[in-house]
Write a protein that binds this ligand. Structure first.
Ligand SMILES: [Zn+2]
Length: 488
């Protein structure tokens, strides 16, 4: 991509200078946004970003988080961008998921070509490689109005008249399709692109630009930017200032350049005979041996993790098929391996509010990065649960209970093994590294909701097996954690 763009920019500059009365729509857009004279850009604004994949139900929009300050530094010549967000959260989180935080939170997200990383709040700490974010960030750079015009010219875009404007389409890196619409005023009105997502496949990312105004230096650019991902708003910004050609020198940190993602590591902890807590990553799972089959709870993160979890379950419990995969809830970080589970032939057990979503997930196109379900196209088998459900082989009993009064998600099924006294639960209570450690107010609220549900259901729990954190817990600790610090 970097070579590509750099290569064509020289030709493009002459084009811009020679703009005549018969401008093409792309040349007109280039003149509007000032593409010829801009190689780097600083964009400052504020607004809202949203926790994609964390809605309260699959039909709800992504939960909103206030962005007090947004600053993007872009270098179009090197294909690199640094976005800094200062986010703010009150004591009450919006309905839905997203990692609980309180007060201000700074996020620094960087991309350079095919490398992406996050900068930690503490500048002493090394950059955190985030290779999976590279396509999204790289395409966000080329979806900016100036970036879109430059990329369209560099990638031999085709243009077709449509309604009152022009549709522009081209392919970036031979993989990523980009489409945009330029109106009669030469303004880029919208840009559409698609990125690979393990759950929803070729995911549409659409950015809409409006309220164009003169930001100086020959740049007429939008004041209002709205991006959607998978159909719901993911970013909504009001731009307050744009600076042309500041110094933007983004170099890939050594540890990011050298980073190789480690293979998925699944470690097993046998909680009771035939009941395994599968850990070794950020998101845990459960594998349960039944008389003639296996039940797995959660295939999180992505296909690789999902496959590793399924493989570990079969290794621990040999010669039995995985007949059921329970999805605790629909949040994307706990669902990334679901298509591997569908291809495995397992019946997916989920809350009834997720049926339509999972049916879409099973059949959604995965052309950017085909997965095993894209090859097999297996029909999904879904078994839904209302407020309470049960899986049993006549001997072992697995109860499923939907958490009520729980703002993190409407469909959370916790898993209770009455005979073993085990409760498995994601997100509601993730024990801090040290007992009694600090928890965000929203995390306390979630823990309280779990505790209330345990009391309502009169569950007799010896062990809480959380799906986050590095240790087991129990009801005594949960009760302590769900009491606000001031009232203890
Ligand atoms: Zn969640």
């Amino acid at each position: 991509m970097r070579n590509h763009i750099a290569l064509v920019l020289s030709g493009f500059l002459t084009l811009g200078a020679a703009a005549c009365s018969q401008q093409s729509p792309l040349e007109m857009a280039a003149a509007t946004v000032g593409a010829a004279q801009v190689t780097t850009l600083q964009v400052v604004g504020s607004g809202t970003n949203f926790s994609v994949g964390q809605n309260y139900t699959p039909a709800d929009p992504w939960p909103a988080v206030t962005v007090k300050d947004y600053t993007a530094l872009i270098n179009y010549d090197t294909g690199s961008m640094r976005v800094e967000l200062l986010r703010e959260m009150g004591a009450v989180m919006p309905r839905g998921g997203g990692a609980p935080f309180f007060g201000e939170q700074r996020q620094i997200q960087v991309v350079s070509g095919d490398k992406a990383w996050n900068m930690p709040a503490n500048p002493e700490q090394p950059a955190a490689p985030n290779p999976g974010a590279a396509p999204e960030r790289m395409l966000a750079l080329w979806a900016t109005p100036i970036g879109f015009v430059k990329a369209a010219m560099a990638n031999n875009a085709t243009t077709t008249a449509s309604g009152t404007g022009t549709d522009v389409s081209f392919t970036v890196d031979g993989t990523y399709k980009m489409e945009g619409t330029i109106n009669e005023a030469g303004e880029v009105e919208s840009v559409r692109t698609w990125i690979d997502h393990p759950i929803v496949g070729d995911m549409l990312v659409e950015t809409t630009y409006s309220d164009y105004k003169d930001f100086g230096n020959g740049m007429t650019l939008p004041e209002h930017v709205v991006q959607t991902q998978d159909g719901f708003p993911s970013l909504d910004l009001t731009i307050s200032a744009v600076t042309a050609n500041p110094a933007v020198d983004i170099t890939v940190p050594e540890n990011v350049g050298a980073f190789q993602p480690p293979p998925a590591n699944v470690e097993a902890d046998e909680l009771a005979t035939g009941v395994y807590h599968l850990r070794g990553g950020s998101h845990h799972s459960l594998a349960i041996e039944m008389a003639d089959h296996i039940v797995v709870v959660d295939t999180p993160l992505d296909q690789a993790r999902g496959e590793a979890v399924l493989a570990k379950a079969k290794e621990l419990i040999p010669n039995k098929p995985i007949r059921f995969v329970v999805t605790s809830h629909h949040h994307w970080d706990h669902l990334g391996g679901i298509r591997a589970a569908i291809d495995e032939g397992a019946t997916i057990v989920t809350h009834e509010s997720n049926r339509a979503f999972l049916e879409r997930v099973a059949t959604t196109p995965h052309t950017i990065r085909p997965d095993r379900q894209a090859a097999s196209n297996k029909a999904v088998q879904i078994q839904t649960v209302g407020d309470d459900g049960e899986l049993t082989d006549g001997s072992r009993v697995i109860e499923l209970h939907r958490l009520q009064g729980y703002e993190h998600t409407g469909d959370m099924l916790v898993v209770y093994l009455p005979r073993e006294g085990i409760l498995a639960e994601p997100d509601a209570f993730s024990p801090p590294a040290q007992p009694g450690g600090a928890m965000a107010p929203a995390a306390v609220t979630n823990a309280k909701a779990l505790d209330d549900n345990i009391k309502r259901l009169k569950l007799n729990i010896r062990t809480i097996a959380p799906f986050h954190g590095n240790r087991l817990s129990d009801v005594a600790e949960l009760e302590k954690a769900s009491t606000p610090a001031g009232t203890r």
